[in-house]
Design a protein around this ligand. Structure first.
Ligand SMILES: Nc1ncnc2c1ncn2[C@@H]1O[C@H](COP(=O)(O)OP(=O)(O)O)[C@@H](O)[C@H]1O
Ligand SMILES: [Mg+2]
Length: 330
């Protein structure tokens, strides 16, 4: 990694489990995750539903705490933050959620929603606050901004609601933003507009952004680097272009195979790394992808968990069989 760029977010050996609904078992949402997000980049966290993306995002903004491991964000060790340090952290680090219906208070007008963080910060007069709110609404593409001030969430479209949530998250000019599948409730054309908005906001401020998505295509559109996560384990990480166009891990390859290609649903799979049927049995000590992997070595991959290892071109992959840069293995 380029050591001249400071690390904005670092996860080291982070594990987080939850009790299942029944209360009898536990789910390991994140399993010994190591990650580093550089200052000023857009970092994508990509994985299917249930892979642990939201859990990782919530740990980064300290809505939850890790069971084990270290989470360092904006220079602070989140296990130790309290008091003033925690209040400063809450200003600097913001999250945008999947569903703006749930994240916006239905009884608060747009003006109050976007202005509230300014009131809590307590630095501006009411007139200055109003100016700042109008400016934020314009920034997120809600215009004319005056027309939105007195509206309530139910009077807005899904896209407009997410723009209000973005304006609220941005109003204190955060250093770091975690956006958790911000377009999953929107249709495709609206989603593209939100991506464009996030990209332009980030570029204008050199803000660090973590973009959580289940879509490799969306990650490719927005991100500088990405990490692919599967069942709570980071299986591949590196520059978005390289990971997407030269995927090393069989799971990343399976994701690429699953992408629709120009309306040719029957088109031949390029990699074929996904087994048609999962392997029977349980392999808790092995690779997380072992039971679905078409390439796995039945001995090594069933019994040992591969660590992330450098492939030589900025990419790391957690696979015993992944071949380094330029060789044509696997
Ligand atoms: N608060 C919670 N209580 C119980 N289980 C949870 C909780 N949050 C997440 N999980 C479980 O942890 C796993 C990862 O969830 P999550 O981080 O939400 O994944 P993703 O965002 O990738 O869909 C899932 O199995 C999910 O059911
Ligand atoms: Mg999620």
């Amino acid at each position: 990694m380029d050591s001249s760029r400071a690390t904005a977010i670092e996860l080291q050996g982070v594990t987080k489990s939850f009790r299942t609904q029944s209360g009898r078992g536990t789910v390991v949402a994140l399993d010994a995750v190591d990650l580093a997000v550089e200052t000023g980049e857009i970092f994508g966290l990509v994985g299917e539903s249930g892979s642990g993306k939201t859990t990782a995002g919530r740990l980064m903004v300290r809505l939850d705490r890790a069971d084990e491991g270290v989470v360092r964000v904006a220079g602070a060790d989140l296990n130790r933050l309290r008091g003033k340090g925690l209040r400063d952290f809450r200003r600097k680090v913001q999250m945008i959620f999947q569903d703006p219906y749930q994240s916006l208070n239905p009884y608060m007008s747009v003006s109050d929603t976007v202005g509230e963080p300014l009131i809590i910060a307590g630095e501006l007069s009411p007139a200055e606050r109003r100016q700042k709110v109008l400016q934020m609404l314009a920034t997120v593409g809600l215009g004319p901004p005056e027309a939105f001030l007195r509206r309530y969430p139910h009077q807005l479209s899904g896209g407009q609601r997410q723009r209000v949530a973005i304006a609220r998250a941005m109003v204190l000019d955060p250093e770091i933003m975690v956006a958790d599948e911000p377009t999953s409730m929107l249709d495709a054309s609206m989603a593209v507009q939100i991506y464009q908005l996030l990209a332009s906001i980030q570029a204008g401020r050199a803000m660090t952004m973590v973009f959580i998505t289940h879509s490799l295509a969306a990650a490719h559109y927005l991100c500088d680097r990405i990490a692919v996560i599967y069942r709570g384990v980071v299986v591949e990480c590196g520059p978005a272009e390289t990971v997407i166009f030269h995927p090393r891990h069989p799971y990343t390859r399976a994701l690429m195979d699953a992408l629709p290609r120009h309306g040719r649903p029957g088109a031949q799979r390029r990699y074929g790394t996904l087994r048609p049927e999962p392997r029977p049995g349980r392999f808790p000590g092995g690779c997380v992808f072992f039971d679905h992997c078409n390439r796995a070595d039945p001995h090594r991959c069933a019994h040992r968990r591969p660590a992330l290892r450098s492939m030589g071109d900025g990419v790391s992959a957690a696979c015993f069989l992944a071949a380094p840069h330029r060789s044509r293995g696997m």
